[in-house]
Design a protein around this ligand. Structure first.
Ligand code: ATP
Length: 407
């Protein structure tokens, strides 16, 4: 219906960017980006008058988001206004404005457009060799100043390369290396740099992209102390398996995958270096405790678990596992799973997440009251002891709990 409504409005509308790229590659993509030659906001509003959907507009940028009841989203952008207002010959001006919009994009494979208007519906527009690069599986910028214009594109290049199984073109790689050498990347602000790192760490399999960043000397650039030598590959692969496992549990408790990987990447750094990285990446204050206090706790727990795993004979009691792991966020628990080479030690953490974490005593404070225990801090202590006994299998029924308290 985009095409018909655009026809009615006398506008030209195109599907562009990642959506078209993934369509041609046969990859799923749930974000549709469309470009309207003219006023995109007016178009989105006309669309919402005819269809069941909501529209959020950003006047300043001439963009709008159409949200359908099932959550499907369409981003609507307008081509540059000054262009279509220009009193030049109309038909060519209109294509020029789409072309100009596409020219500002990062890579040729993201510059393909598909006409949505009815008369030419489905026609592919390829102004910058995007189709050739899709066939050649190449990530190429549109011009030599691309990385100078926006240095975050170096991270995007690596992300697309690794995700799609493509290769960064020779000239493009050369431009990346020059941008790194000439220090252009220092100009990336903390929040934008963090955003790129998060995107990379939220790919289904981040390790290959991290290795590629290292090869392009981009890891050192994030912070000089960062280094992916040693067993980083194994640790990140275990982190990925832990995250996939956690996702399949459907606990309903969200977990930030990127934080798990990030904890793995900074595992050997001292606190000064970690603080330096948090500053450089402008990590928001609410996330900092994870990389400071929580990380510190985790290192202590890790040593204990490793010591137990080495001793083989005796495993920790459930109540001990519970006591050590309870203060830790889910991200930290998954990080510990990534750090533990010993499978049995990893199983203690999975046991905690699946069973021990939510275990509760059958008796409550009210029960203690009816048993005549005088109210006070003693309640907490009794219930804690009771929980420990239950975790270790010493009490299982209400009767046994009552007996335990009586004792
Ligand atoms: P993803 O599947 O990761 O969402 P995408 O291609 O849709 O891939 P977005 O980050 O959503 O990527 O960006 C949408 C479009 O905007 C891209 O296709 C790209 O052409 C353009 N774009 C995004 N960031 C930049 C940038 N830094 N420089 C130039 N163009 C960009």
């Amino acid at each position: 219906d985009f095409g018909r409504i655009a026809d009615d409005q006398g506008l030209k509308v195109f599907a562009v960017g990642g959506f078209v790229r993934d369509l041609l590659l046969g990859e799923p993509n749930l974000d549709l980006d469309i470009v309207v030659e003219g006023d995109g906001i007016a178009f989105a509003e006309a669309f919402s008058r005819e269809q069941t959907c909501r529209v959020r507009s950003h006047e300043k940028f001439g963009t709008a988001v159409i949200v359908f009841p099932d959550g499907f989203k369409v981003d609507v952008a307008s081509t540059r206004v000054e262009y279509y207002l220009e009193p030049a010959a109309l038909p060519t001006v209109e294509t020029a404005s789409l072309k100009l919009d596409l020219y500002r994009r990062d890579f040729t494979i993201n510059t393909l457009a598909i006409v949505l208007n009815s008369a030419r519906f489905g026609e592919l527009l390829d102004y910058f060799g995007g189709l050739r690069d899709l066939r050649e599986k190449a990530i190429r910028v549109l011009h030599n100043l691309s990385f100078v214009e926006d240095p975050t594109r170096v991270f995007r290049a690596v992300r697309f390369e690794q995700r799609l199984g493509f290769t960064i073109g020779k000239q493009t790689e050369h431009l990346i290396r020059s941008a790194v050498r000439m220090g252009f990347l220092d100009r990336i602000g903390g929040p934008r740099l963090l955003n790129e790192i998060i995107h990379i760490l939220e790919e289904p399999r981040p390790y290959p992209a991290i290795a590629r960043l290292e090869e392009l000397e981009l890891i050192k650039f994030v912070h000089p102390a960062l280094d992916i030598a040693g067993d980083t590959d194994e640790i990140l692969e275990r982190a990925m398996r832990a995250l996939n496992w956690y996702e399949l549990l459907y606990t309903g408790q969200p977990c930030h995958g990127w934080m798990v990987y990030f904890l793995c990447l900074i595992r050997d750094l001292d606190e000064d270096a970690v603080n330096g990285i948090c500053e450089r990446l402008a990590i928001p204050a609410r996330h900092r405790p994870l990389f400071t206090e929580q990380r510190r706790l985790a290192q202590g727990v890790l040593q204990r678990l490793q010591a137990f795993a080495r001793r083989k004979l005796k495993r920790p009691q459930n109540s001990e596992i519970h006591r050590w792991l309870l203060p830790l966020d889910t991200e930290v628990l998954l990080y510990l799973m990534a750090r533990l080479e010993n499978e049995e030690a990893r199983s203690w953490i999975s046991l905690f997440v699946t069973r021990l974490r939510d275990q509760k005593t059958l008796l409550s404070g009210d029960d203690l009251k009816s048993l005549g225990v005088p109210p006070g801090p003693r309640y907490r202590e009794i219930l804690d002891e009771l929980l420990q006994a239950q975790l270790d299998g010493k009490v299982a029924t209400r009767e046994q709990e009552l007996e335990f308290v009586a004792r």
